[in-house]
Design a protein around this ligand. Sequence first.
Ligand SMILES: *[C@@H]1O[C@H](CO)[C@@H](O)[C@H](O)[C@H]1NC(C)=O
Ligand SMILES: *[C@@H]1O[C@H](CO)[C@@H](O)[C@H](O)[C@H]1NC(C)=O
Length: 136
Amino acid sequence: MVISRKKQQLMIATMIITLAIMARRLISDARIINITNALNSKKILIVHCKAQDHDVGAGAMSSGEVYSWSFEDVRGVPRGPYWCRLALDDKRLHFLAYLESGYGVGYAVTGYQANETGVYGPDDEHNQWKQIDQFH
Ligand SMILES: *[C@@H]1O[C@H](CO)[C@@H](O)[C@H](O)[C@H]1NC(C)=O
Ligand SMILES: *[C@@H]1O[C@H](CO)[C@@H](O)[C@H](O)[C@H]1NC(C)=O
């Protein structure tokens, strides 16, 4: 089989790109974090999350709406911690939404939900929600 020079160059370029993507996956992990407004009322929940070097921005979420952001946690280059401020009427809370684990867990999605009582995160051991903080 005769492969044209152009085709050969294209194959090499494709191989290099594939290897670069594989190498990147070995050292970085994609993270998605979300916070769902699970209020029973039609009240607006203000959510504002940020890390020292990344301000996600403030969001005014209606009931059922999801505030979310993603980033890559590159090993050796810590991203975060990410802290979130939630405001409901005149009540506030402040919680740690993401702390770099240092372990390669690959792609990971973490979901929180907030309602009148406070903010809840996954309790993986018991496969249920656990309260992280309450409004005060
Ligand atoms: C929020 O995160 C959870 C994982 O805990 C996921 O199951 C859910 O699909 C996410 N929701 C959205 C809208 O991204
Ligand atoms: C808020 O959510 C938690 C977890 O789902 C639940 O146990 C609690 O009863 C909820 N509070 C209200 C006021 O709905």
